[in-house]
Design a protein around this ligand. Structure first.
Ligand code: OSB
Ligand code: MG
Length: 369
């Protein structure tokens, strides 16, 4: 497949409600949409580098730079045999996983469309529907949180994740446990604690949580192994896992018992699949994380989450939970039974609404003729 033209778009979409985490408050989400035109097909991908370097060191400008100056030149005008071929071509670029994942996603979509198969099928997906959950930011009070959770449960979501930070943790978990004794509940600290906070986690350990996500340092594997030894609740790593190598170290050291896979954090679907397969061979469950994607990124997430070892519900919620209007049609919906349908049409399986995409685009650059 010859890569004829590539377009980058810096997009900015306003969230339906601010998202509060231990890293700060987000009112809108900035990402990069990657478009690849190749022999009459168009592939779409989303780079989840954000406007700020608070979750990852990558930002929209750093990802734009790496895409423009290194990744795009390595594929533009080339006749690629496969996505793997493209990935090999820029394997000398270290890090910058979100930049890589955006381009890789667009290439996967273009290849799948050329073959006339869905992205799910091309990635090795086995599910027609995936189980989905919702990630709720830190709320002002326990009663607002309870109301929010009630609403999401009515919509069908299979599990609830709440963000925690020092001073905004145990009381929220206990309030939810009192109100919803059987709730499938997990927490995400986004690295807001240290080993000195072990007392809090010992108390959390009695709350029947599905998992505790990324309690300690954002690149730490060692201290998480010490904490995991003290807890019966599984630790799940998000920020610390950038590759299969990190996954092997974390499992071998006992730093976690569950892995959150985000293609943007690990450099794309190719590395995600390696991590998925490795975890499956060690009976370590994985689930699909989220980065408040638009429908383009979400479509890729849904396809990846259809692989067999994604056995826990993902942070993959309905379009309307994030944005008033999504940039794809149809928008993503949650079924009353807490599942989401995996698109079956070729590639990402949804159409990009160019009018809405233009509305949220703040900058565009074309590469190629
Ligand atoms: O830690 O999982 C996280 C959003 C942005 C950055 C980091 C995270 C998140 C979420 C949102 O939790 C998940 C979603 O997209 O629904
Ligand atoms: Mg997380």
């Amino acid at each position: 497949m010859r890569i004829d033209r590539i377009e980058l778009r810096h997009i900015k979409m306003v969230l339906v409600s601010p998202f509060v985490t231990s890293m700060g408050t987000e009112y809108d989400e900035e990402h990069i949409i990657v478009r690849v035109d190749a022999e009459g097909v168009t592939g779409w991908g989303e780079s989840v580098a954000e406007g700020t370097p608070f979750y990852s060191y990558e930002t929209v400008p750093t990802a734009w730079h790496i895409l423009k100056d290194f990744l795009i030149p390595s594929v533009l005008g080339k006749d690629l045999l496969s996505v793997e071929d493209a990935v090999k071509g820029y394997s000398n670029v270290r890090g910058h996983m979100m930049a890589k994942a955006g381009l890789e996603a667009a290439l996967w979509d273009a290849f799948a469309k050329t073959k006339g198969i869905s992205l799910s099928e091309m990635l090795g997906g086995t599910r027609k529907k995936i189980d989905v959950g919702v990630s709720i930011g830190i709320q002002d009070s326990e009663s607002t949180l309870i109301k929010k959770v009630e609403g999401y449960l009515q919509e069908g979501y299979k599990r609830i994740k709440i963000k925690i930070a020092p001073g905004f943790d145990l009381q929220f978990v206990e309030a939810l446990r009192r109100e919803f004794p059987g709730l499938v509940l997990q927490v995400d600290a986004n690295s807001a604690y240290t080993l000195d906070d072990i007392g809090i986690f010992r108390k959390m350990d009695d709350q029947d949580l599905l998992l505790i996500e990324q309690p300690l340092g954002y690149d730490d594997i060692y201290c998480h192994s010490k904490l995991q030894r003290e807890l019966k609740t599984p630790i799940c790593l998000d920020e610390s896992i950038h590759s299969l190598d990190d996954t092997m170290a974390a499992i071998e050291l006992g730093s976690c018992r569950i892995i959150n896979i985000k293609p943007g954090r690990v450099g794309g679907f190719t590395e995600s699949k390696l991590i998925h397969d490795y975890c499956a061979s060690f009976n370590v469950p994985v689930w699909h994380g989220g980065m408040l994607e638009s429908g383009i990124g979400r479509a890729g997430n849904v396809a990846l989450a259809s692989l067999p070892n994604f056995t826990l519900p993902g942070d993959i919620s309905a379009s309307k939970r994030y944005y008033k209007e999504d940039i794809v049609e149809p928008e993503f919906l949650v079924n009353p039974d807490g599942t989401m349908d995996v698109p079956v049409k070729p590639g990402i399986g949804v159409e990009v609404n160019m009018k809405i995409l233009d509305k949220v685009t703040v900058r565009t650059e074309w590469f190629g003729k």
